[in-house]
Design a protein around this ligand. Structure first.
Ligand code: TEU
Length: 560
């Protein structure tokens, strides 16, 4: 099957080798997308059955969060075997079939690679625990002696990305306390040692394994974290002036250059997309040099509150950072880690930060939905790559009332249960109004309840319902994804701010793409009268007339 996929991919890419510069990429969380075998967990066959839906949505590629064998201690970001699909989702044949079926519809596949760590059930880590200190098995990870008498203190005082400690102590074969190992995330996710050539080679082999099976690219998880300062110093007080021991280490760039060289060696070049959370845009841009990654997620826009000045600043800074290196910007409103936009924008603090997560935050969902619609039209009109996280096109709210016993995200535990964790954006999708089948998420007779319970109101968000409503979020997304294809050559920087001579102009965000198209958002509390010479072609609100923009609304206009 592999050969056939290569042939197909090559044909498709000859038509457009630069597809990734302005693609619309849909993120699938396989566990929650569609369940073909009725066991309550999404699977690859379920995705395959829904490919026509994705085609009709108008996307160019799918990015799958990890689908490999995993004990799911962190939703699959704890990979036990990169060369096999988790049995809950299917098998390797199903993955190859899915990649091929999608390609036949012109949809490419991006898979997730997690270089910072593996699962504690990965063969390498099991071998490391079974081996002695100083062994080559342990040298693939960071095993260290503790400090203090008897080594009872952690080797460093670093703080885990998920709060708490990033070190766990092991036991020697005789049962006495032994070395500590590093895990920037949970103890089930031991960090790899990237100074070890075996680790470098293994990742190149894994990439090749998937590229040869038709994957068009990879999303690189926690891409700024894998390399550590081997002296293991403490994190300095001011990381703007002193190097950080594990964030954005310069050695990372050579690793990604190696990956890029492999990616470029294919007739249909493969793309690298980095998950790079870095506030310093200069450091961020370094990952996008022509011999490194193709693109990286821009999380800045998503982190900003609903405010015209904030969003304008984010757009400008993002474009400024990308322009000199010639890399396309990306636009992301959410993903499987982030509070859903309709919920976020309906809150007083409408930006996103993990630290702000809490239970029972007052939320105006009608307002949030209006703004999420308007935001989708802003990101859809901007130059570069657009990401859509599954369910955002249905306007799903964050489900923060999950029964505590149902919550599986390790962040919930590690934040001492004071915040809801990330499961609220991972609830299985509603496809139909049929609650006997988990609102169409599960197929087959007598399906099991879905792995995370769906709220009763999920039916109203179902694809079945939204299909029939011309003003639904789903139909707005279809219009956005269709419309953005004709906006212009999105990668060529034909972007310009448009200053409208209207009252409240500071609360209007307006930009042009080329000479004939503009995107205008009204952040003020007053209805905006559009100047003459503008014809509305799409509006995020059903209330807006052709010449008016109501508050919290975006319109796309033709400049005549
Ligand atoms: O997320 C990484 C992440 O969200 C952050 O911890 C980030 O590293 C930090 O904010 C930087 O300051 C990815 C996945 O998206 C997530 O689902 C996983 O849990 C995580 O990596 C571990 O693999």
């Amino acid at each position: 099957m592999t050969e056939r996929i290569d042939a197909l991919a090559y044909q498709a890419d000859e038509r457009d080798l630069e597809w990734w510069k302005n693609a619309a990429i849909y993120q699938i969380y396989p566990r929650s997308f569609a369940d073909a075998n009725g066991d309550g967990t999404g699977d690859l066959e379920g995705v395959r059955s829904r490919l026509p839906y994705l085609k009709s949505l108008g996307i160019d590629a799918i990015w799958y969060t990890p689908w490999y064998v995993s004990p799911l201690a962190d939703g699959g970001y704890d990979v036990a075997d990169y060369r096999a699909i988790d049995p809950a989702f299917g098998d390797l044949d199903a993955a190859e079939a899915l990649i091929q079926s999608a390609l036949e519809l012109g949809i490419r596949t991006i898979i997730d690679v997690v270089p910072n760590h593996v699962s504690n059930e990965h063969e390498w880590f099991k071998a490391a625990l079974a081996s002695e200190p100083g062994s080559k098995e342990r040298a693939r990870f960071w095993f260290k002696d503790g400090k203090g008498q008897d080594g009872t203190q952690m080797p460093t005082n670093w703080v885990s990305e998920f709060r708490g400690t990033p070190w766990s102590r092991t036991h020697n074969s005789d049962g006495t306390p032994g070395e500590w190992y590093l895990h920037l995330f949970t103890p089930e996710q031991p960090d790899l040692n990237w100074t070890n050539p075996e680790v470098v080679q293994e990742h190149l082999d894994v990439l090749k394994f998937w590229f040869d099976r038709g994957a068009a690219g990879i999303r690189i998880d926690s891409a700024a974290l894998p390399v550590k300062d081997t002296a293991f110093p403490e994190v300095p007080e001011d990381t703007t002036t002193e190097p950080h021991p594990y964030v954005a280490r310069p050695e990372l760039h050579d690793i990604y250059r190696g990956w890029r060289a492999l990616a470029d060696s294919y007739d249909d070049p493969k793309i690298l997309v980095g998950e790079v959370w870095l506030p310093d845009l200069e450091e961020f841009a370094k990952f996008l040099r022509p011999d490194e990654m193709h693109t990286a997620f821009n999380f800045d826009f998503m982190s900003r509150p609903w405010d015209s000045a904030e969003m304008r600043a984010s757009i400008q800074q993002t474009l400024d950072a990308h322009l000199p290196i010639g890399a396309p910007a990306t636009w992301v409103l959410s993903n499987h880690d982030i509070t859903r936009p309709v919920t976020r924008y309906g809150r007083e603090k409408s930006g996103f930060s993990f630290a702000d997560k809490a239970f029972n935050v007052p939320t105006d969902l009608a307002l949030g939905t209006a703004r999420a619609r308007a935001a989708a039209m802003i990101t859809g009109a901007l130059p570069g790559v657009l990401y859509v996280y599954q369910g955002d096109e249905l306007g799903l709210p964050e489900f923060e009332d999950l029964p505590p016993c149902a919550i599986q995200d390790p962040m919930y535990e590690r934040y001492e249960k004071v915040a809801p964790g990330r499961d609220g954006c991972r609830v299985p999708l509603p496809w139909t109004v049929d609650d006997a089948h988990n609102f169409g998420f599960s197929q087959g007779t007598n399906p099991q309840p879905s792995w995370l319970p769906q709220p009763a109101g999920w039916r109203d968000f179902s694809v079945e319902r939204q299909d029939l409503d011309p003003h639904s979020m789903l139909n707005l997304y279809r219009a956005i994804l269709d419309g953005r294809k004709s906006i212009g050559d999105v990668a060529e920087g034909d972007f310009a701010w448009l200053d409208l001579d209207v009252p409240e102009s500071s609360e209007i965000l307006a930009f042009k793409r080329g000479e004939k198209f503009a995107c205008i958002t009204n952040f003020s509390k007053e209805t905006l009268e559009l100047p003459a010479g503008m014809k509305t072609i799409l509006s995020s609100s059903s209330q807006t007339s052709h010449t008016q923009v109501t508050p919290d609304t975006t319109v796309w206009v033709e400049l005549v």
